[in-house]
Each structure stands twice: as C-alpha cells, then as structure tokens.
Design a binder for this molecule. Sequence first.
Ligand code: CP
Length: 336
Amino acid sequence: MTKMFSLADSLERTKLRGKSILGMDAFPTKNELEALFEVASYLEPYVGTGGLNLLPGKVMATVFFEASTRTRLGFESAMQRLGGRIISEATPMITSRITVGETLTDTLKTISKYVHIIGMRHKDADAAYKAVEEGAEVPVITGGFGGREHPVQTCVDLYTMWRTFGRIEGLTVVIPGPEIITSRVSHSLAYGLAKFGAKTIFATESSGKAPDYVREKLKAMNAKVEEVVDLTKDQLDELMGKSDIIYMPAWCRGIPEKEPEKTKFFEWAKKYYIGLGVLEKAREKGKTVYVMHPLPRVEPEMDFNIDKTKNALYWDQVALSLPVRMAMILSVLWGT
Ligand code: CP
C-alpha cells in the first residue's frame, strides 16, 4: 500500500477507458482492481475538500429503474466531486416514457445523446444487459441488474478490505444469507475475491444456493469457494467466528405482511441474525471478525450495537464508496 504510483499510470492500468462496467469481468485480473484502488486512494484525500476538477464538461445520467439510496446518490456525489455534471431519472417507471411503452433500448439510445456516461439500475437483468448492448452509445456502469451482479458495490467492498487489512489475499469471507441465489452483491463479491485468491463461504438454505452459472464461473476461475447449506444457528455462529469477515448480503428486503412469507422471514432472521455474542466470543480467542454490509439493513437481521464496536466496517464502506465511485467514473472517462 505504500508503493508510489502516478495517477496517470494507475488510470492506464485499470484498462477501463471508454468501457462499460457491467460485471466483475470488467476487471480481468486483480491487477486492474489494484490499479483502481490506487486511483481511489489518490482521490480519497480530496473527497473532503470539494474534490478535483478532472472531468469538466462531462455529464453523467443516473437512471434507476429500481430504488436506491447509496448507489444513485453516490454516483452523483462522485461525479460532482470530479467536476462533472449530473442529470438524473430516479423514478423512470413513473416519470419517463417507459410509461407509454418506449423500449429500454430506445430510452438508453436517447439518453446516450445527452451524456458521456450512464449509471443505471434495473430489476430485470436480461432486459437490462440486452438494452445496454443494443441501445447504449456511451459507457454504462451498472448499479445492479436484477439478481445477477453489482460490481460497483464489490469494488467498494474490496477497497474497504484492502484498506483495513492491507491485503485481500488469504482472507476468508463468510456470506450468510438464506437466498444467495438472488444476491447480486454475493455473486460479484465472490468473483472479486476469487481474483485475489481469497476464500468465499456461502452459508445459505438448500432452497437458496448460488445459481449454477455462478458456481460454474467460480470453478472456471479456480476460486476458493465453499457452499454450506441448512446449518443450525450454532453451526453458523461457529463458522462465522472463525472467519475474517462476515459479509451480510442484505437479504432482508422489508418484513413481509402476509403468511407464510412472514413466518419464514422470522425463522430466517433468527438463524442469520448477527449479534454481539459471536464477535465477543471470537475476541476472547484473540480474533477480530469484521462485519460488512452493503446496506440497507433492517433490525431483524443484526444488532445495531455492532456499530459501536471496531468490528463494524459498513459505515467505512459507505464513506470509502465515494473515492471508489470517483475512481470508476474517472477511469472510464479520462482521456475521452
Ligand atoms: N448498497 C446499495 O446498493 O445500496 P442502495 O440500494 O441504496 O443503492
């Protein structure tokens, strides 16, 4: 981390100029991710001082077909701190011409005429990837497409690990959640960790296992990955207590009002709940187990008192997301 580097050299080595970031495939090896981290660490001191005027005249559109707090506003804050400008469509399902049946492809083709880069989220991964391929004429950074991938979050997560541990190699990350199958942050994180030779353990339900295409891709990457299913609460706590990081995959998407979903939710919440006990037990054995979370979170999934301990990394993730988002946008747009 103390290695000297120049901004231009690091930007070059991200190999992102003019490219879309639609998954962790945008980073062929850990080298491109490390170059991105160098750019982020260069930009980090400027976050609190109003930023740097590196992208004057550049315009970004944020188009979010699904709700978001961090990703959309984080993109916008990052672009403004780089000296660029923003146009935003936060509720296109209500306020864009998608409402009269305009296709996503035509929508992206239109927006491409107005801006230099698009940040986008969509709940239908197939439709979103197809429309980007057919309609986007400028680079697109996905802020999450369906249950497939969320590479921006993963870059933030990996950077937070890199800043905390000084390395990612050799870490063991447990991802406990009942539905890894639809967890885009879990899929992207496992791909990212694999590039560094770190180990991912999915701890899930037999009904929520990672999709076959994720497992096959990880196998092709020679990833250190395990999947354990239907553990008891005690078994899960024991597993988490031995890890370096518990990565909570934001599996709670609100508390269901109807049965049987409501009962199932509270059964899962009981099992996957992260309390102070598991962290304190590990501390007694001389180990700090960090807790990461992409957020949003809800109370049934964790003890909010973890915020007061040094185990909590999720607010660092939020803060560090700004230099990382700045680094991603700058790497795509510099020299264009
Ligand atoms: N972590 C994340 O993607 O948060 P938002 O859903 O608020 O964007």
